[in-house]
Design a protein around this ligand. Structure first.
Ligand SMILES: NC(=O)c1ccc[n+]([C@@H]2O[C@H](COP(=O)([O-])OP(=O)(O)OC[C@H]3O[C@@H](n4cnc5c(N)ncnc54)[C@H](OP(=O)(O)O)[C@@H]3O)[C@@H](O)[C@H]2O)c1
Length: 353
């Protein structure tokens, strides 16, 4: 490794287990000694990382049944990140400067086994689009809900990382009508510009009543990231043979009085039976190969200007604690990404070589 590397790496660490939703003050940015790669490990300089709702669950501690560990006080946060190789073991196939994806975000430098790093080729016009949650939207619509031409689709949590792509995808895949839900009128307006035909604003009126007016004939597909009363209402509004893809459960995950890993709600099971509704949850691990399929199609759609990647970029790792608090509070639209350096677009400089 080059002697020109810094001696420290800044990281975002949990100070205390949050009571309710995490606040910026529950986190701190600290400088730690630069990680030294052990045998078989690669050292990566992180460039961008995703700020995602699932962190509420990891920080809240209700991680039963999840493949990811609880983040405890003193731990560094983690999550999807995009970076560049600084140093890699011989024979790993990786070279300094290669762009890679991995899960040790929320820090400037990460050292991890080669097997935990995925090369991120230049297939997408904007490499940062690799941090989109589109694969989940795509899996939900294509694999779980088996979207058909002309379907009426309801996407809950439409202004989030999953929902902003799900609505556009539903259109591209031939949906007849695309309806969504969000938390504010301003976001509803932006969703309309993205192709959503009608958008429910949470709390404005009972969601049941809104759905009856927006989709008098009922819905064929639900792409659900919210759960709660919106899922209850979707069951009531389902047409015979409707297919529900359950991707997330923000209503429970982001409820301050809960711990982030449960979202109980009532659904009319009688209606599920009589209407022949299928309800399936998305577990990414059940769909190997899906990521590649999604990336190929996403790249084509992006290059043809048929889709956009709605995202909000925040410059500087020091702003990451606030970014999490703001995102959980509904302050952003689309995927939220922190650029590790305040001038996030800067190329890897000579000092790293
Ligand atoms: N199964 C999987 O493999 C998989 C993959 C990716 C994501 N997920 C899950 O899918 C869900 C959505 O992910 P995402 O990345 O799209 O989310 P996100 O963008 O991180 O969602 C944050 C948004 O949630 C909304 N929100 C806040 N409180 C809410 C509440 N009480 N009820 C409903 N919405 C609320 C806010 O938007 P508004 O202002 O519009 O309300 C906020 O901006 C999450 O539960 C996530 O864990 C699952």
């Amino acid at each position: 490794m080059s002697a020109a590397l810094p001696s420290t790496s800044r990281e975002v660490r949990l100070v205390r287990t949050p009571t309710g939703l995490p606040l910026a003050s529950d986190l701190e940015v600290v400088a730690r000694p630069l990680p030294r790669p052990a045998a078989g490990e690669v050292l990566v300089r992180n460039r961008h990382f995703q700020v995602f709702a699932g962190l509420r669950t990891l920080l809240g501690g209700e991680t039963d049944g999840l493949p990811l560990p609880t983040v405890r006080p003193g731990d560094t946060l983690f999550g999807p990140t995009l970076g560049e190789v600084v140093d890699a073991p011989e024979g790993s196939g990786l070279r300094p400067g290669d762009r890679v994806e991995h899960l040790l975000g929320w820090r400037e430098y990460a050292s991890l086994p080669v097997a935990q790093v995925t090369p991120a080729t230049d297939r997408l016009p904007d490499p940062v689009a690799r941090l989109s949650s589109g694969a989940s939207a795509y899996a939900g619509l294509v694999r779980l809900a088996r979207l058909r031409e002309g379907d009426t689709v309801f996407v809950t949590g439409a202004a989030g990382g999953v929902g902003t792509l799900a609505g556009q995808l539903a259109r591209l895949l031939g949906a007849g009508r695309v309806l969504g839900s969000t938390g504010s009128a301003a976001k509803a307006e932006r969703l309309t510009a993205l192709g959503y035909e009608a958008v429910y604003v949470r709390g404005r009126q009972p969601v049941d009543r809104w759905l009856r007016e927006a989709a008098p004939e009922g819905i064929d597909v639900l792409l659900d990231t919210v759960g709660g009363e919106q899922l209850t209402a979707a069951v009531r509004a389902a047409r015979p043979g409707a297919r529900f893809a359950l991707v997330g459960a923000l209503a429970g995950q982001l409820a301050p009085e809960r711990h982030g890993g449960s979202a109980p709600t009532e659904i009319d099971s009688f209606r599920v039976i009589t209407r022949g509704i299928s309800i399936q949850g998305l577990n990414g691990a059940d769909h190997p190969g899906l990521g590649e399929e999604w990336l190929t199609r996403f790249a084509d759609w992006l290059r043809a200007d048929e889709i956009t990647f709605p995202h909000h970029r925040i410059p500087g790792i020091e702003r990451a604690p606030r970014a999490l608090e703001d995102m959980l509070g509904g302050g952003h639209f689309g995927t939220v990404i922190v650029d590790v350096d305040a001038d996030g677009a800067r190329e890897l400089g000579a000092s790293q070589r």
